[in-house]
Ligand binder design. Structure first.
Ligand code: F6P
Length: 381
């Protein structure tokens, strides 16, 4: 293994008429799609080990759905290839959130994957005798999975997102690991805030939903949390900081989701092209506006992709393993078109069709926001 990814050595491809193929074990395909996330490798490990027990062979497609394109960029995943990958961040078979299969450009949008691209993928899966395809990805990848399923490819979805913003599952692996990074970052930034009597603004991920900021902010002792679901007001934020100073507090720590926006303002988008964009930059703007209004030294720290890397937490390793095992069971039982889902402490399944395009947002009047307010955290509203 090199750089945490399997070396690019493809097995020799055989034709379907080859007697060796006729004797082959039934095959499950698996791919990881969308942004990387701690726990992807733990899912792959769970898939391979559970599949082996049930007599399936596992084929991993490289770089997300792109691996399904002719000639079919794949590798056999066996015990040896998944040995020791539980704690490894990223994905040993690669991923992408770009390419030929992108079926979504933003919340609620659905674009159609070209029929020829789907036909090519179906042909490759047929040639490789793959009976079921496990797709580990976020909302956009599930939209693609649904389209493959509609085109007659047997798909099983495994939800993945550090943002934890899928309505159809109470939890996704990667979220806990991302929150841990935020908490560690806040623990460190508090010291600069108090030592220098500064305001430290920390920008975290969270495209549509503020779960990472909310959980990370509460656990990391933030003073102000700004999330997409609660538009904020710069004067209010400045008021909170001044009141803290009057009360003798030395520094202030502000956590801001990349998707947060001021009342009557817009999200900060970058690299906008053909309806696609990246978020990011709101932290710097918040810091500038705070400095202007309070005259306090203010700094911004963007945690960015640090939140998506590194070893998964214990909780994420267990959830990812359970998801991988469940996906194989669903394939084995023929529950095609379904997505693994975590509900009431149980791993269950829901139809992919019902799971897509339904975001789980932070309820602004919910218990968690209220708890934060009760420990004197302001949402700048
Ligand atoms: O959806 C997960 C996520 O981490 C978002 O929070 C973030 O906006 C996006 O992915 C970043 O994607 P990229 O790696 O393409 O910049």
């Amino acid at each position: 293994m090199t750089n945490g990814r399997l070396p690019v050595v493809l097995p020799i491809q055989k034709s379907c008429s080859d007697p060796a193929i006729a004797k082959m074990k039934p095959r499950i395909g698996v791919l990881t799609s969308g942004g990387d996330c701690p726990g992807l490798n733990a899912v792959l490990r769970g898939v391979v080990l559970a599949a082996e027990k049930l007599g399936w062979e596992v084929i991993g497609f490289r770089d997300g759905f792109e691996g399904l394109l002719p000639p079919g960029d794949h590798v056999v995943l066996d015990r040896k290839s998944i040995d020791g990958i539980m704690a490894l961040g990223g994905t040993i078979i690669g991923t992408t959130n770009r390419g030929h299969f992108v079926a979504k450009t933003g919340a609620g949008d659905r674009t159609v994957v070209p029929a020829q691209v789907i036909a090519d993928a179906r042909k490759i899966l047929g040639e490789l005798q793959v009976k079921a395809l496990i797709i580990v990805g976020g909302d956009g990848s599930m939209v693609t999975a649904q389209q493959l399923q509609e085109a007659g490819i047997n798909c099983i979805g495994v939800p993945k997102t550090i943002d934890n913003d899928l309505e159809a599952t109470a939890a996704t692996f990667g979220f806990d690991s991302a929150v841990d990074v935020v908490v560690d970052g806040l623990d460190r930034l508090h010291t600069t805030a108090t030592s220098h009597r500064r305001v430290m603004v920390v920008e975290v991920m969270g495209r549509h939903a503020g779960w990472i900021a909310l959980h990370g902010g509460i656990a990391g002792g933030a003073d102000i949390i700004l999330i997409p679901e609660i538009p904020f007001d710069y004067d209010r934020i400045a008021g909170v900081i001044k009141a803290r100073e009057t009360a003798g507090c030395l520094g202030t720590v502000v956590v801001v989701s990349e998707g947060a926006r001021p009342k009557h303002g817009e999200q900060v988008k970058r690299d906008v092209e053909a309806g696609e964009f990246r978020l990011g930059g709101i932290g710097e703007i918040v810091a500038r506006e705070i400095a202007k209004r309070t005259s306090k030294e203010t700094r911004c720290c963007v945690l960015g992709h640090l939140q998506r890397g590194g070893a998964p937490t214990t909780l994420d390793r267990i959830l990812a393993t359970r998801f991988g095992v469940k996906a194989v069971q669903l394939a084995n039982e023929g529950h095609f078109g379904s997505m693994v889902s975590y509900q009431n402490y149980q791993v269950r399944h829901v139809p992919i069709a019902e799971a897509v395009n339904r975001l789980k947002l932070v309820p602004p009047n919910g218990e968690l926001v209220q708890t934060a307010r009760d420990v004197d955290i302001s949402f700048g509203d």
